[in-house]
Unconditional design. Structure first.
Ligand code: ZN
Length: 267
């Protein structure tokens, strides 16, 4: 068995064929962790969970309700709802479902930010505050964290280095130096189809095999040789590419990443 540790089959893009797809994945030996990005999409993950289809619940930084994000026309909010704050108790309630194995996706995203120093600072502070709350919940429950980070590695490092958090840097796009920094914190690295779009060979070569997790981030980041809407069945292309870069047989990549998934998420 292999695992797509970061799928969004909870999203509306899969409304038409979600059940078929989940069955197909399981039949091909692909387990799933569906990842929530706000309260409703987290709840949806729980609804579609079953054996080998797990859940992560959290509030994505792009789903935080701010004037700036609302002003951005090109930033389409997946599953709609923006949230003013991370409602700790409401989310904690969701973790009563046995399918919940992680908190996230949560983190920091500074790729698009408002103009003006004061506004920029406020924007970052708000993201950090909401991220910290989710780290609190993860710590309280002893759960790993699925972290989203874009253009914010310094702030992420300074937050995480003050805590004892286990987790994964999902959709890792950092440099070799960032690999070293986050390895020192004991994090895992989620590798997906973005490796076909950016040059990440050197970074991947520097991630030890026992720290790599497979993911798709579907419906996004489809490998160029796969259909436009990504789904977990594209995982084999990512495995082939890691195998090529690392010079390690495909079978071995599958076995080690499966073991890593079990270690981190306790599944
Ligand atoms: Zn995602």
């Amino acid at each position: 068995m292999i695992f797509d540790t970061h799928a969004h089959l909870n999203f509306f893009e899969f409304d038409e064929d979600r059940e078929d797809l989940i069955k197909k994945c399981l039949a091909q030996g692909i387990g799933l962790i569906n990842v929530g990005t706000n309260f409703n999409s987290s709840k949806k993950c729980i609804e579609i969970a079953r054996e080998n289809v797990f859940t992560s619940i959290g509030l994505h930084p792009s789903n935080i309700d701010s004037e700036f994000l609302k002003s951005m026309e090109d930033l389409k909010q997946t599953e709609g709802a923006l949230e003013k704050d991370f409602d700790y108790d409401k989310y904690k309630e969701l973790t009563r479902s046995k399918s919940v194995v992680a908190i996230g996706e949560c983190g920091l995203d500074y790729l698009h930010k408002p103009k003006g120093t004061a506004k920029k600072e406020l924007f970052k502070e708000e993201q950090k505050r909401i991220f910290e709350k989710q780290l609190d919940l993860a710590e309280e429950l002893g759960l790993p964290v699925i972290i989203h980070c874009r253009s914010a590695f310094d702030d992420l490092y300074s937050i995480l280095s003050k805590r004892k958090i286990k987790g994964v840097l999902h959709c890792f796009t950092g440099t070799k130096e960032e690999v070293e920094r986050f390895l020192s914190l004991g994090l895992y690295f989620g590798i997906n189809g973005i490796i076909f779009k950016i040059d990440s060979e050197e970074a991947i070569r520097n991630i030890p095999l026992d720290r790599i997790l497979l993911e798709t981030d579907c419906p996004y980041l489809s490998p160029p040789m796969f259909e436009e809407r990504n789904n977990p069945l594209s995982l084999k292309y990512v495995i082939e590419e890691i195998s090529r870069i690392k010079g390690v047989p495909i079978k071995e990549i599958e076995e080690i990443t499966y073991k890593n998934t079990k270690n981190l998420f306790g599944i």
